[in-house]
Structures are given as C-alpha cells and as structure tokens.
Design a protein around this ligand. Sequence first.
Ligand SMILES: NC(=O)C1=CN([C@@H]2O[C@H](COP(=O)(O)OP(=O)(O)OC[C@H]3O[C@@H](n4cnc5c(N)ncnc54)[C@H](O)[C@@H]3O)[C@@H](O)[C@H]2O)C=CC1
Ligand SMILES: CC(=O)C(C)=O
Length: 260
Amino acid sequence: MSRVDGKVALVTGGGQGIGRAIALRLSQDGFAVAVVDLNEDNANKVAGEIEAAGGRSIALKADVSNRDEVFAAVEETASKLGGFDVIVNNAGIAPVKMIEEVTLDDLDKVFHINVASVVWGIQAATAKLKELGHGGKIVNASSQAGHVGNASLSVYSASKFAVRSLTQTAAQELAKYGITVNAYCPGIVQTPMWGSIDKQITNAKGEEQGEATKEFGSKITLGRLSTPEDVAAFVSFLAGPDSDYMTGQSPLIDGGMVFK
Ligand SMILES: NC(=O)C1=CN([C@@H]2O[C@H](COP(=O)(O)OP(=O)(O)OC[C@H]3O[C@@H](n4cnc5c(N)ncnc54)[C@H](O)[C@@H]3O)[C@@H](O)[C@H]2O)C=CC1
Ligand SMILES: CC(=O)C(C)=O
C-alpha cells in the first residue's frame, strides 16, 4: 500500500507531453487521476492508458483559461473519483514572438492560458479542499524561462515568472489551510510544445529545423534533453508526502542549464 493510495489528483494539460507523463506517474504512485485537457480525445487516451495499467482515472474536457470550466472540472473530479487532494496546473502554450512584434492579443492569450489558469486552478482546488476539511497540494508549471527569460519567448517567459510569483503568494496565504503550493521549472523537454518552438524559432531566423534545439541543448550540463518522465518524477515528489515541509518554491529541473 502506497502513502497516497485513495488520494485524488487532477492534472491539466494531461492529454500529451509533460502532463501525460505526470498523469501516468501519479497513477503509478497510487493516486486516482483526472486527466483534464482541451483535447478530449487525448485526455480519453491517457485515462484509458491508466485504466489499462490497473489505475483509476477519468478524462475531462476543459479550457483552463475559463474559470467556470476549471471549477466544474474540480467538482466532477471530486464527485466521480471520491475525493480531492492535489491539482497540477500544467497546461500552457508557448508561442514564439519577437519582443518588437508582440501585440495585445498575444499578451491576452498567453496570460489567460498560462497565468489566469493557475489562478483559477488555485481557487478551485482551495475551495474544494476547504469544503472537504483537509489540506492538499497545488503544483504549478513554470519553466527555466521563468528564471532566466528566453529570447524569442518574451511573453511566455513573462507568464512563467508570473507563475513563480503566484506560487509564492498563494503558499503564504494558503498555509493556514494545510495547503502547500510549489512549482516545477523544466528545461528543454521533448514534447510537441518543444517541437513547435524549435520550428517557429528556426523559421523566424531562416535556419534549418533542429538548430534551436542544438543551441538550447548546448546549455544543458547533463548533456541531453529532458524527457517528460524526468519532470514527472519531480512532480511525483511535489505531489506526494515527501514534500510536506516545502512550500512557495519553484525549483529548476533542467539538467543544469547554464546561460552565459
Ligand atoms: N516542453 C518544454 O520544453 C517545457 C514545457 N514547460 C511547461 O510545461 C507544461 C506542459 O508543456 P508540454 O507538455 O511541453 O506542452 P504540450 O503543448 O506538449 O502539451 C500541453 C497540453 O496542454 C493542453 N492545453 C493547452 N491549452 C489548454 C487549455 N486552454 N485548456 C486545457 N488544456 C490546454 C494541450 O491540449 C496539450 O495537451 C506547460 O505549462 C509548459 O509551459 C516548461 C518548461 C519546458
Ligand atoms: C518552453 C519552455 O518552457 C522552455 C524552452 O523552457
């Protein structure tokens, strides 16, 4: 019997990439997992993978930038899986845009999906945990871009700095309810998002595809790109009982990226 058996976790953006790996890992740890994504087919596939491996899971369609949909997803998770303990606010987007070309629409879209979503996730999880009368864990996706900022990803980087800030302030406000709030800050992770970033940067610079990966990859001390499972292993720690004495933190899990 694992120390999280019977507990329930909700993972946003769980349909692919890092979110999928987190959903699978938390299920292996013993959580029942709600896989939430805008892409319902992918969410269903991941929930199916969990069930096929002997875990408990549901798939839910929700747009995390919509407060009502996030609250409804938390409600449905608690009623269908019989409790609620952890939310992983993982969903995000990363459009490439040079600072001189950024528009109000770019700011609006990225901050709604990457930042407002985290506020809604924190609010919905806190309301449910207070109703259930016990503490829990909130885990947010930031990035190495939220520590150092990446050229070509200015709005995205700003959104990930914002996630770190929300993580710190929410941790201070919610400790009295037994809720901890932490973030994870990955480096270059082999997912559809990174594939798209490489394509957009190399297109914008007129370079061959893969050049951006080479450039970012050359900064990684451990000498390889991250897998989604590398990140999921750290989220497993943040979602589980071994991180009980940790809150307000946003550690890097980036293979030791060094920017000169
Ligand atoms: N891939 C990377 O190199 C890094 C990723 N991250 C962060 O990790 C998180 C996951 O990234 P990846 O797995 O690489 O991305 P991905 O693009 O491969 O997957 C993101 C998932 O989120 C879902 N999603 C997007 N917008 C949504 C919305 N409005 N509502 C609900 N679901 C939505 C997508 O359908 C998709 O399934 C993101 O927050 C990203 O910023 C952080 C550092 C590095
Ligand atoms: C997408 C992202 O967060 C990177 C490259 O750190």
